[in-house]
Write a protein that binds this ligand. Sequence first.
Ligand code: SAH
Ligand code: SF4
Length: 362
Amino acid sequence: MNTTKPSLYDFRQKELTALVKPSFRAKQIYGWLYHQYAENFDEMKNIPKAMKEELAQKYCINPMKIVKKEESSDGTIKYLFELQDGKTVETVWLKMKDEKYDEDGALIQEARYTICVSTQVGCKVGCAFCLTAKGGFTRDLTAGEIVAQVVNLKRDNNHKHNRKINIVYMGMGEPLDNLENLTKAIEIFKEEEGLAISAKRQTVSTSGLSNKIDQLGKMDLGVHIAISLHAVDDALRSELIPMNKAHNINSIIEAVKRFPIDTRKRVMFEYLVIKNKNDDLGSAKKLVKLLSGIKAKVNLIFFNPYPGTPYERPSREDMVNFQEYLINHGLLSTIRDSKGIDISAACGQLKEKNQDEIKGNF
Ligand code: SAH
Ligand code: SF4
């Protein structure tokens, strides 16, 4: 891939219909993209050659290629993609539920998967604990590059287009910092004749840009949000997430209260637990108070250390005590399984590893 072209995954179906005439051709192409996961124009057998040649001059199909893949014993697969301009991003395939069989060995429930997608190359937010932040910000991903991550993972795992899948915007980058392309990707995923992934199955994780939470809420797309809270007082939160100075805890809580939420659902708050920083019961108590007016669920995440970080992973005992405090005080809480711990679990770590290996080769 030495020339950069927009991808056909950049288009909502009606945009493709405006581009390709007659409209049934656009529908056929959409099928090739999202049902057959076609990788090149030659595969599109029922599309006239001249049309394919014309399209191929202006557009590519797949805007990225897999350059590294790491599989964990728990079913997690971490992918490193190279984009057309040579930049790299990560996407993670997470096995959430195992398949179930009856006594005769017949399959009664298929396994459930979630895909964790990236929205930017690097990130501007610069969180002190995050490996992605270390490389600074390079660029936003296009909608097509966000969409193609999911298509590539489904193809690579032989996951049929109509099998249910959840998407979490929790990979590299701050999704709300790339709001236009993010919301376009959300809509493309929803397309009935595409992957038909409903907004209810899509969760946007944000470090808390309160004005953008409002903007996303006003669009009323039906997506869930997850807030990376990580701290209960502004001093610590500003140390961990520098832009907390502009979007403090209170402004985030207020924005969450305004966000349109399915009444049956809860807003997820992610709380990265760091040893001797925020793992004490005093913090747990403040957290209960802070979230008292919200139908919330807290996801406790073990800090995942990497070389050079001053922060440490908390003990399991402190983690469990923290969780018990929350639950005993009426706040629903889970401890995130350390999925793929043997393949460097937190976002940005595979990319970093690859760069080290590349450096090591020269
Ligand atoms: N920018 C968004 C989404 C991507 S970050 C956000 O911050 O919410 C996705 C998640 O990875 C965040 O919850 C973040 O806290 C977590 N994360 C980053 N570095 C981590 C580390 N070293 N260990 C564990 N989780 C980490
Ligand atoms: Fe960006 Fe999220 Fe990493 Fe913070 S945790 S630097 S917002 S990717």
